[in-house]
Ligand binder design. Structure first.
Ligand code: AMP
Length: 377
């Protein structure tokens, strides 16, 4: 089997690693350079996109911000999974919101803004405080504004108007501010035959809008709610592949924040913590193979490595500690890799996380230090 991945970042890299034991070979399309590359070495493979499409058995995507003309060419080949419709929904908050409403899935009240009049009407209709998000191109908290009270309307409108003017099809989605207790996500796969297999929910900690920690949790009541919403969205899109739903947990009631039509950062823990990791299950789904078990095999937390390219070698000597580098050049705040920390019996994971925190710089890894300080007190 030969799979072409749209996008050549760390998700394509980890899919490639997971596909090798199943004899699934991957090549990647680097959307920025237009080159077909090897997902591990980034070596240019030549031949161009048209040939790569012709040679692939299956085409999939590792991110949702792919130019629509490329998605359309891939869709016409009949090889793209998930469909261009699903990928476009993940890349445009307007389509995403309409999809959630159509699937009957709870999400934050919202309004779409393209003019100042729309902005004022949204404040009236949705109410303050508002979270304002660019419809296209936003991720990890980028392209967002918070309007707490009316004194900031003019200043925020100036910035939003610039954002809207930057692209013919740009708009702002204004959402009610959700007073959530925590954020959780559900990663799961849907096969070509409609079979669904979801992983345990992950509880996620963000720092400045970027995921910093993700821990698999056991909460049967929330799991059932999340699974019901996952099934509704996946069936609605006739989805094939791994899909992630991010939720706000408001006093035990889940609301969808956003969907990601791909393998997801909050599912990286599955590499050590689940019977079959999300990358393998994505490939199994899009290649028409049976899905692997999503069962938890041991408690696991993922720690994102942001903007750092070296870690203490002592971490490699720790039991249950697994480092995954992405082979990227260091840049402030960039996702450079992650660490999966596992525990084999109750309480062991927490103690190991405290030991790992001692080896990590406090400024580069604030969330794990915060966890360790709370755990010890
Ligand atoms: P997003 O890019 O939509 O995932 O937003 C980044 C982060 O902003 C989320 O992980 C939340 O912590 C926060 N956030 C997004 N939307 C809302 C909302 N409607 N209410 C409160 N916080 C939000």
């Amino acid at each position: 089997m030969h799979v072409l991945v749209l996008g050549a970042g760390q998700l394509a890299r980890m899919m490639s690693l997971a596909g090798a034991p199943l004899n699934i070979e991957l090549t990647a399309y680097d959307v920025d350079s237009g080159n077909i590359v090897h997902p591990l070495t980034q070596a240019i493979l030549g031949n161009g996109l048209d040939n790569a499409i012709a040679q692939a058995d299956v085409i999939t995507a590792e991110f949702e911000h792919i130019p629509h003309h490329i998605l359309d060419v891939c869709q016409r080949s009949g090889k793209l999974l998930p469909s261009s419709e699903a990928i476009k929904a993940g890349g445009d908050r307007r389509i995403e919101k309409a999809l959630l409403d159509n699937a009957g899935v709870r999400n934050a009240k919202y309004a779409v803004i393209t003019t100042r009049e729309d902005f004022l009407a949204a404040i009236d209709r949705v109410g303050l405080p508002l979270v304002l998000k660019s419809a296209l191109g936003g991720y990890d908290g980028k392209g967002q504004w918070r309007l707490k009270d009316s004194s900031n309307i003019d200043a925020i409108w100036l910035e939003m108007a610039q954002c809207i003017a930057s692209n013919d099809n740009q708009a702002i989605v204004a959402e009610e501010f959700v007073p959530f207790g925590r954020e959780v996500s559900l990663v799961g796969a849907r096969g070509k035959d409609g079979t669904i297999a979801v992983y345990p929910l992950a509880e996620n900690v963000h720092t400045d809008g970027v995921l910093s920690l993700s821990t698999a949790i056991a909460d049967p009541e929330l799991q059932a709610q999340a699974q019901q919403m996952f099934t509704a969205v996946a069936h609605n899109l006739d989805y094939v592949g791994v899909l992630a739903l991010e939720f706000f947990d408001v006093d035990g009631q889940l609301l969808v924040n956003e969907i990601a039509p791909r393998v997801h950062n909050s599912g990286h823990w599955t590499q050590q913590g689940a019977e079959t990791c999300q990358f393998e299950n994505h490939l199994r789904a899009v290649c028409g193979l049976p899905l692997g078990s999503t069962q938890l095999v041991r408690e696991t937390t993922m720690i994102n490595i942001l903007g750092e390219d070296t870690l203490s070698p002592a971490l490699l000597a720790m039991n249950g500690c697994h480092i995954h580098w992405y082979g990227k050049e260091k840049r402030a705040g960039r996702k450079m890799g992650h660490i999966n920390v596992c525990g084999d019996y109750s309480g062991e994971l927490q103690r190991r996380l405290c030991a790992v925190a001692e080896e990590l710089d406090q400024h580069a890894f604030p969330a794990i230090h915060h966890f360790a300080a709370n755990f010890k007190s």
